[in-house]
Design a protein around this ligand. Structure first.
Ligand code: MN
Ligand code: MN
Length: 465
């Protein structure tokens, strides 16, 4: 064995490392791959916030969680969930300590960018039938043309009956598509800027082309679609008014690369943090502090709305916990710690110009902490305080979690937000952390399996702290 040189010894003592998973965590590789098998199955079946909500509640119930009763009383180790309108959900495992000593929260979101149908979506043009859409969240519109899309959601009929829709995922089911011009005729379109390549009003879904029999009449292709919809779902054209139908990429979740190290799929943002948070909570029996996972809707459009984290549903849940134990909710919140678990941009070697390599996240370098998000001088960020960062990094290091810290791109290159500020505004200690993603918000996003696993390990260590 060679002795370390004085420089090597000093380097080891003073310099920070940012290592690949395989450097110090190779022994956990099999566990990481196995964990991701579960995640891939979850992602494949949970393509919308409603489907995520149902998948999470089904998983929770199978592990002994029961619906939360605000008038009930609970002991350490009891497990409950609170369903918010079928689109967001809170999971909770009661701890040994009073909630007055604070709860441990992991907050993620389960909505993803997509194409929503307009309230009056169905039309016929030149013997083709279409649905008009209104995109949801920050998409690059040109990426959504000429790819297979599936349709998910629900019709609510006037009598309150819910008619669920999921079409285009199972083998043999029809799918839908937004058309694009052929290159031969795209000379003018090609002069548009990339952000304008496909326009909002051009995101029209092709849904059919055969007329209703050979009767005389106008719009017989549209009529034939309505006839098929009546047959399949028992609805008429007015039922689109009280429907939430979402067109999402119909791609299957797949391993990517010869080494299968990456997962390609739609909606990693932010189910890739929601799933590890949920699994970490499921592994708790009777934690010291009450542990809470909140899976919110509406993050991609700013978190407003009664299923988003800017609403009061989470605060009301904490108020119920506090009332039950005879303490004040504001004291619970003040003493609570939260990880805002959301994805961040991974360094992309094809586009290095937008990243500050010293302050960015790399795939396979672990769960990534972001002290702040936001844009134009941290605008819209909650900017965690150094004290809380100190506490969290100690928790992660003590549990040997593989982690890194980064920002989302260079200063003034762009930016983004998370739910962190809504929890911080409730007087909770909050820090952003999550999985680095390549092609974020694209119809097919990429993450590294080891980073998904590291996010699970981070949530686990946090809940047990
Ligand atoms: Mn997100
Ligand atoms: Mn997002």
């Amino acid at each position: 064995m060679c002795e370390k040189t004085p420089a090597e010894a000093l380097q080891e003592r003073l310099c920070m490392k940012n290592d690949h998973f395989m450097t110090a965590h190779a022994d956990e590789l099999a566990a990481a791959d196995a964990f991701c098998d579960g995640y891939k199955a979850f992602l494949q079946k949970a393509k919308t916030e409603r489907e995520c909500n149902r998948a999470v509640i089904a998983a929770a119930e199978s592990r002994g969680f029961v619906p939360f009763d605000p008038f009930g009383s609970y002991q350490s180790g009891d497990k409950v969930y609170a369903d918010n309108r079928g689109k967001s959900v809170i999971l909770c495992v009661f701890g040994k300590k009073s909630v007055a000593e604070g709860v441990r929260i992991v907050a993620s979101h389960i909505d993803s960018p997509r194409l929503d149908l307009k309230p009056t979506p169905l039309y016929e043009d030149t013997e083709l039938a279409y649905f008009k859409t209104h995109y949801y969240g920050g998409i690059r519109k040109y990426q959504w043309a000429a790819i297979p899309l599936s349709l998910h959601g629900v019709f609510i009929k006037k009598d309150g009956t819910a008619v669920p829709v999921s079409l285009g995922e199972e083998p043999g089911e029809p799918q839908f598509v937004v058309t694009d011009l052929l290159p031969h005729l795209a000379k003018e379109q090609s002069k548009r800027t990339l952000s304008d390549g496909i326009r909002g009003e051009e995101l029209n879904l092709v849904i059919g082309s055969r007329p209703f029999k050979s009767d005389k009449g106008s719009e017989l292709v549209k009529l034939n679609i309505l006839s098929l919809l009546e047959e399949k779902y028992g609805i008429d054209e007015s039922d689109f008014i009280s429907a939430e139908l979402e067109a999402v990429p119909a791609f299957e979740v797949r391993d990517i690369g010869f080494d299968r190290s990456l997962i390609g799929g739609y909606g990693h943002d932010d189910r890739v943090c929601a799933y590890p948070a949920m699994e970490a909570l499921f592994s708790l029996e009777a934690p010291e502090h009450t542990a809470v996972v909140v899976l919110a809707d509406k993050e991609e459009i700013g978190s407003d709305g009664n299923t988003g984290l800017a609403s009061s549903f989470f605060r009301y849940f904490v108020e119920d916990l506090a009332d039950m134990q005879g303490v004040k909710a504001r004291h619970v919140l003040h003493n609570s710690d939260c990880l805002s678990a959301d994805v961040t941009a991974a360094f992309d070697p094809t586009f290095p110009q937008v990243y500050d390599k010293m302050n960015t996240s790399f795939v396979n370098h672990g769960v990534s902490i972001a002290k702040y998000t936001g844009s134009r001088g941290k605008g819209g960020a909650s900017d965690a305080n150094a004290e809380f960062l100190g506490k969290v990094r100690a928790i992660l290091d003590n549990a040997d979690v593989h982690w890194q810290i980064g920002e989302m791109g260079k200063v003034d290159e762009g930016g983004g937000g998370t739910v962190a500020l809504y929890l911080a505004n409730l007087d909770v200690n909050v820090l952003d952390l999550g999985v680095p993603v390549l092609s974020m918000h694209a119809p097919f996003e990429l993450v590294a399996k080891t980073d998904v696993y590291s996010t699970y390990r981070a949530c686990d260590a946090f809940f047990k702290s």
